[in-house]
Design a protein around this ligand. Structure first.
Ligand SMILES: NC(=O)c1ccc[n+]([C@@H]2O[C@H](COP(=O)([O-])OP(=O)(O)OC[C@H]3O[C@@H](n4cnc5c(N)ncnc54)[C@H](OP(=O)(O)O)[C@@H]3O)[C@@H](O)[C@H]2O)c1
Length: 214
């Protein structure tokens, strides 16, 4: 695949618009959809992510090189698996029963992304952006080489997709850290020391190598 130019985001809330702003700042074209018609979110996007284009989900998926899932995990089964097959898909969604409600398939699951990947058959699923708060994504972005640059883990079974997502993260202002296979996403899930922690590249690399019980 040539270098991605258009980032599509499913979810126009806190995380979706934060990622949209970072992607726009990095020079990407950005399309955003929610579960409602594009016309319902177009006006608010002018304020929350100026420059992002509101579109219906099927158009966002068809037109974008990389798709970001920034919707509540409780809604993942509304995603069109057939349209996402073959696409690079970044899963930011966390399972948090107090807001998602109890979802039996995620209770005790090793990582929520593996459940999502099973549903999105054929998608080139990459796990990232889930361990940083939406409210930090604007203020914590830094140019490459800045000593205070925050790091983001990237896990997925498709090495090329992981590498493409890592480049996007780098352009957006964070140091990507390759966590390897999708199963390793459990190392930066909710409840791990990495989740929400302000780690730079070396500390994140060390934390991902550490046993989970540490
Ligand atoms: N909050 C954080 O700091 C944080 C950090 C990392 C990851 N996350 C994860 O990011 C996801 C979004 O969190 P958030 O805090 O941004 O939630 P949010 O502010 O409630 O936004 C969720 C967005 O998803 C849209 N949506 C709902 N169903 C959809 C569907 N079927 N297709 C497309 N869009 C849909 C909602 O709009 P409509 O209901 O109008 O469609 C809304 O725009 C969650 O899975 C969360 O675990 C959150």
């Amino acid at each position: 695949m040539s270098e991605p130019k258009i980032i599509g985001i499913l979810g126009a809330g806190r995380v979706g618009t934060a990622i949209a702003r970072r992607a726009l700042a990095a020079g990407y074209e950005v399309r955003v959809a929610s579960s409602r018609p594009a016309s319902d979110i177009a006006l608010v996007l002018q304020f929350t992510a100026p420059g992002a284009v509101a579109a219906d989900a099927s158009d966002v998926i068809a037109q974008s090189d990389v798709i970001v899932l920034a919707l509540p995990l409780s809604k993942y089964r509304s995603l069109p698996a057939d349209q996402l097959a073959g696409k690079i898909v970044i899963d930011t969604m966390n399972y948090w029963a107090p807001t998602d409600g109890t979802l039996t398939e995620f209770e005790g699951a090793p990582s929520s992304s593996e459940v999502v990947a099973d549903y999105l058959t054929g998608a080139r699923l990459v796990r990232s952006f889930n361990h940083m708060g939406y409210h930090e994504m604007d203020g914590e972005a830094r140019p490459a080489g800045d000593p205070d640059r925050r790091a983001m883990a990237v896990a997925g079974d498709d090495a090329q997709a992981r590498s493409i997502v890592a480049d996007i993260i780098d352009r957006m202002g964070f140091d990507p850290v390759d966590a390897g296979r999708l199963a390793n996403a459990r190392d930066f899930a909710i409840g791990t020391p990495v989740f929400g922690a302000p780690l730079g590249r070396h500390d994140l690399q060390a934390a991902l190598r550490a046993p989970l019980a540490a």
